[in-house]
Design a binder for this molecule. Structure first.
Ligand code: ATP
Length: 588
């Protein structure tokens, strides 16, 4: 039978080291036994007897194990605890000092000092408090080593379980160490990336493209000299185990590329079909886009956050004769002021400290011949507004640190969710820039003002997430749909999309999205609104009574027979019924 090892025996070598340290410092013999009275370490006279079980001669240690208290035996062989010992009467020891080794509250062993001559005995007894303190410290060291060992073992087994799970999921999963080396890669990842099981791959690098599609980020992943473009999530793990520092999870590439990508708009030519909706507004918008897509005039798109401003800008680009030229987007609100200028205009070699020594192209230059999309233009600082105005007027850009203007052939599309006219009033936006931008204005109404769009957006987004998450959701239950149609969607299409993504994630065993899957904030809104409505419709008791009497009479009839029946059903006398009809002046 495979007996369970004692805790001390797990760190046998460490225990032996500590026994030697104590023996060297105190000049006495030392032995360390575990809970089962197996001698794990011993010095001097015990050195040759390590690994023996000393059950029949270790009554003192047994006592320490039971009580958890230290024991000083000044007369070994004659002490009461030595009564049953095999060496009773003939013990060669002069002094025994034993201290427990505790792991939390459990006594896991004993450390014993043995003096075999009177000189040693006197030295130890003369400073007994110090010796005990030292012993306790050593026993603490030993137990902390045991703890560390056990924690490590626990972590290893958790990792084993995790890697087992990871190996059996369909998603590609790559785990990396702090040093950027692959520590584990599941079979799905290997198959998708065509990496052979025994291929020696070590270094991995993740370079974000700063593009997000449905909550996933696009990365270029370099493994040795291979390069992959993958869509997934890179998650940092708590730094407990340095081998498992980051985990990257990605979906089946083929599926993503062939189907899900086809439904998204960020990476390919999109047509107006990507703009979902059948409201009058949306239909008219699609027509307008087709009409002015080839024009060079500047467009200003306004609308609340999440209404689809960027989607429309991309569609215009795709529908235009510049579709094979760059579409360069810059979020003017997300880049710190001091960087925005160089991002937009670029700089030449040595333009400022910290700049790349070769200089860099700005977004205007990068978008040459194509379209530049200035998102969140309302957040653009005033000093840059002047410079942008100049670029728009002159169609030339000059890199920072240079005096050589570069000709531009660009189409500008700007967007904002701010009220630019309000900003102009407060002197936060230049009116001359506003008029330059607002040549073709597109104002997108919030989703709540085009409810007709909601249903078709829901249908299409369900299809999209079905493909992405490999689900088979067929639709939405009627009561759930009613709530989603009534909700005012302050975050517009983005919020609707996120809500569906959330619900589809919950849809494990159902093929219909149910009311219970609607996020709490939406349900809370609907409930609060309903309570509000109820309060408004609370009626006076008298009126409720009157309505109810009328209802009963409508059912049983307004003639004498009907009134008699109604009063019976209402639980009141016929006279009371007549009086109440009289008081409320109620007649048929
Ligand atoms: N009419 C629509 N049809 C399909 N998808 C849409 C529509 N409108 C918006 N979306 C989707 O909603 C999400 C948000 O859209 P987008 O980023 O274009 O909004 P935005 O107005 O630019 O937002 P923000 O002002 O916060 O930058 C995107 O995933 C987009 O594809």
């Amino acid at each position: 039978m495979n007996r369970r090892q004692s805790k001390l025996s797990l760190i046998r070598d460490v225990v032996k080291k500590y026994a030697n340290v104590v023996a060297n410092v105190l000049g006495v013999d030392v032995e360390i036994v575990d809970k089962d009275l197996n001698r794990i370490a011993g010095t001097g006279i015990f050195k040759k007897r390590v690994d023996e079980n000393i059950l029949g001669e270790a009554y003192v240690y047994q006592n320490v194990l039971e009580t958890g208290q230290y024991k000083i035996i000044e007369n070994p062989g004659e002490h009461g605890l030595c009564e049953r010992c095999v060496n009773k009467g003939g013990c060669s020891e002069e002094l025994e000092l034993s201290a427990p080794i505790k792991l939390k509250d459990e006594v896991i062993g004993v450390i014993g000092l043995i003096c075999s001559n009177t000189v040693q005995k006197q030295i130890i007894l003369s400073e007994i408090d110090l010796q005990l303190e030292f012993l306790y410290q050593i026993s603490d060291f030993i137990s902390s080593k045991v703890y560390e060992y056990m924690e490590n073992e626990r972590n290893k087994s958790v990792i084993n379980v995790l890697t087992n799970i990871i190996d059996n999921v369909d998603k590609g999963i790559i785990m990396t160490s702090e040093e950027g080396q692959i520590s584990h890669m599941n079979d799905s990842a290997k198959t998708q990336l065509h990496i052979k099981t025994n291929q020696n791959i070590e270094n991995i690098e993740f370079v974000s493209k700063n593009e997000f599609i449905m909550g996933k980020e696009e990365y270029t992943i370099k493994i040795g000299d291979m390069k992959f473009d993958l869509l997934g999530n890179l998650i940092s793990l708590p730094s407990v185990i340095s081998n498992y520092n980051k985990v990257f999870m990605f979906n089946r590439i083929k599926k993503m590329k062939s189907e899900a990508y086809a439904l998204t708009n960020a990476h390919r030519t999109i047509t107006t079909d990507a703009i979902l909706g059948k409201s009058k507004y949306t239909n008219a918008l699609k027509e307008r886009i087709k009409k002015f897509s080839d024009s060079k005039s500047t467009i200003l798109i306004t609308g609340e956050s999440g209404t689809g401003k960027e989607l429309i800008a991309r569609t215009i680009h795709s529908e235009s004769n510049r579709s094979d030229k760059p579409f360069v987007a810059i979020n003017c609100g997300a880049i710190p002021d001091e960087l925005l200028e160089s991002e937009l205009f670029g700089y030449v070699k040595g333009a400022f400290t910290g700049a790349n020594s070769n200089g860099r192209m700005g977004k205007f230059e990068l978008s040459n011949e194509g379209v530049i999309f200035l998102d969140e233009i309302g957040d653009m600082p005033l000093h840059l507004q002047v410079k942008i105005l100049r670029v728009l007027q002159e169609r030339k850009v000059t890199r920072i640190g240079s005096n050589k203007p570069i000709d531009l052939d660009i189409r500008v599309i700007a967007a904002t969710n701010k009220d630019l006219k309000e900003l102009i009033k407060k002197n936060n936006f230049r009116d001359d820039l506003y008029y330059r931008l607002n040549v073709i204005p597109i104002n997108i109404p919030p989703l709540r003002e085009r409810i007709e769009d909601i249903e078709i957006i829901m249908e299409q987004k369900i299809k999209k997430y079905n493909l992405l998450f490999e689900k088979d959701v067929e639709g939405i239950a009627e009561d759930a749909k009613k709530i989603l149609l009534e909700y005012p969607w302050p975050g517009n299409v983005r919020e609707l999309e996120n809500t569906l993504e959330y619900m589809i994630n919950l849809a494990d065993n159902y093929n219909i999205l149910k009311k219970e899957m609607i996020p709490e904030n939406i349900m809370n809104y609907i409930q609060n609104r309903d309570i509000g409505n109820e309060i408004e419709t609370i009626k006076k008791l008298k009126d409720v009574e009157k309505d109810y009497i009328i209802k009963a009479l409508d059912i049983y009839g307004w003639d004498t027979k009907g009134k008699k029946m109604a009063s019976k059903k209402l639980g009141i006398g016929i006279a009371t019924l007549y009086r109440k009809l009289d008081e409320s002046k109620c007649q048929k």
